[in-house]
Design a protein around this ligand. Structure first.
Ligand SMILES: O=C(CO)[C@@H](O)[C@H](O)COP(=O)(O)O
Length: 232
């Protein structure tokens, strides 16, 4: 058995969901799965097509972004994942994609407004778009700074990483997270669907109204919290 085999298999399975769900093409995007008890995560190697991936090719990295085990160079976004794992204790999965509609909203530099119950089933707030990074941050350790750009965007809105598990990085693309890599992948697929619905909503009615608070609460609380009654 290879070292960290179980973690590698979890990361591999989650990475392979991205092309399966139509969230990436070629080598776009990346998924990591963390073992917080060891302070490490497994992440896709950089620039390797998904069809060439295997559990053995997942790279094991610590929360400072240093490679612990693996022959291949980890994802170019590794330091962004590392920063978020280091600062957000409740997450063990992170996904970055360039899914079309979420990326289009990121390029528009707009938060995704809460127009409908599909959005409210998952979030009670607009989906944030982090501001584009300063020239200094870009010239510095870009991926490391992207992690802080994400955290700062939530703080500026009075949100925590529990309040919402998805964000757009201005002019770049989305990041999502969760208690597991599988949940982070689910969040990436939900984000792409919400982004597409919102874009279509605005193209049909540019003055479309936001969902009213009563419906936001009803749909979110139907699925989440002590009085939820969705599912089995
Ligand atoms: O953000 C980007 C590119 O802008 C990444 O999503 C890459 O497309 C994936 O890079 P690797 O994980 O293969 O290094």
């Amino acid at each position: 058995m290879q070292p960290y085999q179980t973690l590698r298999e979890e990361a591999y399975a989650a990475n392979m969901q991205l092309p399966a769900l139509g969230l990436v093409i070629f080598t776009f995007g990346n998924v990591s799965a963390a073992d917080r008890s060891k302070g490490i995560f497994a992440i896709k190697p950089s620039g390797v097509p998904y069809e060439e991936l295997s559990p053995e090719k997942m790279v094991i990295v610590d929360f400072d972004g240093k490679t612990v085990d693996g022959q291949l160079r980890p994802s170019s976004d590794t330091l962004t994942h590392a920063v978020l794992y280091k600062h957000w204790e409740g997450i063990s999965g992170i996904v970055h994609t360039h899914s079309t509609f979420a990326t289009a909203w990121a390029q528009s530099q707009r938060d995704i407004p809460l127009y409908g119950t599909t959005h409210a089933d998952h979030n009670t707030v607009d989906i944030p778009c982090a501001a584009p990074m300063s020239d200094e941050m870009i010239a510095g350790d870009y991926e490391y700074q992207t992690g802080f750009q994400i955290m700062d965007a939530l703080t500026q809105r009075g949100l925590t990483y529990h309040d919402i598990e998805m964000i757009l990085v201005g002019n770049h693309a989305p990041f999502t997270w969760g208690k597991t890599a599988a949940k982070a992948v689910y969040n990436s697929a939900v984000l792409e669907s919400i982004a597409q619905m919102a874009q279509l909503t605005e193209s049909i009615n540019h003055n479309a109204p936001r969902l009213k608070d009563a419906l936001i609460r009803k749909h979110f609380e139907r699925k989440h919290g002590p009085n939820s009654y969705y599912g089995q």
